[in-house]
Design a protein around this ligand. Structure first.
Ligand SMILES: NC(=O)c1ccc[n+]([C@@H]2O[C@H](COP(=O)([O-])OP(=O)(O)OC[C@H]3O[C@@H](n4cnc5c(N)ncnc54)[C@H](OP(=O)(O)O)[C@@H]3O)[C@@H](O)[C@H]2O)c1
Length: 277
């Protein structure tokens, strides 16, 4: 049995679908399973990664886990997984984690690195997926593209190599179901380094209308995002955007190495999500 946590999320929902399509016995963990329709093949359990007691039933009979990173959850998850006889864990970590750093820079890298640390010392077979910026982050522009052709946002020249969530999931499923991925750290990126302005242009081209990015002061965007995102995480995101200006985002081939298929482009991602825009 494979347990998928974060199963309602961008990546986890694809992991679940791919495992079901591959005929693997699958269980999904959710804090609020009643809020979603699940495929009949999925054994759905209620649980919370910050409540170790709720993991006992979820982990019973489980061999492998796709682990969503909840801050502070690493040690208790490892203890529960070991007790349950889990063998293998594939962690959705973050490209922000820096193996060379003595101290991780910012809360995003810090909490993912802490969970990686708990897994490294666990005796479980672990695989870490460290994605770059998700292409799905641009769904935050969808309200603007539905009502016009201008995306107003921070730092038009901030760069990243946006990665399709389905590619992250495909790597996860390989690591969950094939041998040879234990102890591997995969750095997952899209195939191109793009600025925010480039992303807006590609969005428009894929949708068949001219869309452009109009830079507005970062503070105004930060203010709007602060309704949903905690301040220290916002500091991290805005700091990363500012620091990326003028740099080409690193592009890796780990998705192709693991799945045998090149990473999907940002244009591919837009076409897969055109209805949202
Ligand atoms: N966005 C990026 O650019 C980026 C880049 C690199 C890494 N990442 C990492 O990728 C992850 C986000 O992945 P995603 O977009 O697939 O996630 P998502 O769409 O935000 O969904 C996460 C799911 O996790 C579940 N969840 C949240 N807290 C939980 C808890 N305490 N216990 C159990 N389940 C919990 C929720 O499901 P229920 O509500 O059903 O419980 C939720 O649907 C984060 O760790 C992030 O740091 C993101």
């Amino acid at each position: 049995m494979i347990l998928v946590t974060g199963a309602a999320g961008n990546v986890g929902s694809h992991v679940l679908d791919l495992l079901v399509a591959g005929g693997h016995p699958v269980r999904a963990l959710s804090r609020t399973p009643q809020q979603r329709a699940w495929s009949a093949e999925v054994d759905v359990v209620t649980g919370d990664l910050v409540d170790p007691a709720s993991l006992k039933a979820a982990l019973t009979g489980v061999d492998s886990v796709f682990l969503f990173a909840v801050p502070g959850s690493g040690p208790a998850f490892v203890a529960a997984a070991r007790r349950a006889g889990v063998r293998r864990v594939v962690l959705l970590s973050s490209g922000a984690v820096d193996d060379q750093a003595q101290v991780q820079d910012g809360p995003i890298a810090t909490y993912h690195a802490e969970i990686e640390h708990a897994l490294r010392g666990s005796g479980l077979a672990w695989t870490f997926l460290r994605p770059d910026v998700f292409a799905a982050n641009s769904l935050m522009w969808a309200g603007q593209t539905r009502s016009g052709d201008v995306i107003r946002g921070a730092y038009a020249q901030a760069t990243s190599a946006p990665v399709h969530e389905a590619d992250i999931a495909a790597v996860a499923v390989a690591a969950l179901t094939e041998d040879g991925h234990a102890g591997q750290v995969y750095r997952l990126t899209g195939p191109h380094s793009l600025t925010h302005a480039d992303q807006a242009t590609i969005l428009g081209q894929a949708l068949g209308r001219p869309i452009h990015y109009a830079e507005i002061p970062a503070e105004a965007v930060r203010q709007a995002m602060s309704a949903h995102v905690p301040g220290p995480i916002l500091d991290d995101i805005f700091g990363t955007w500012a620091a990326s200006i003028g740099r080409t985002a690193p592009v890796t081939t780990d998705i192709e190495k693991v799945t045998g298929r090149p990473a999907r482009s940002y244009r591919d991602w837009v076409l897969d999500h055109a209805a949202a825009f």
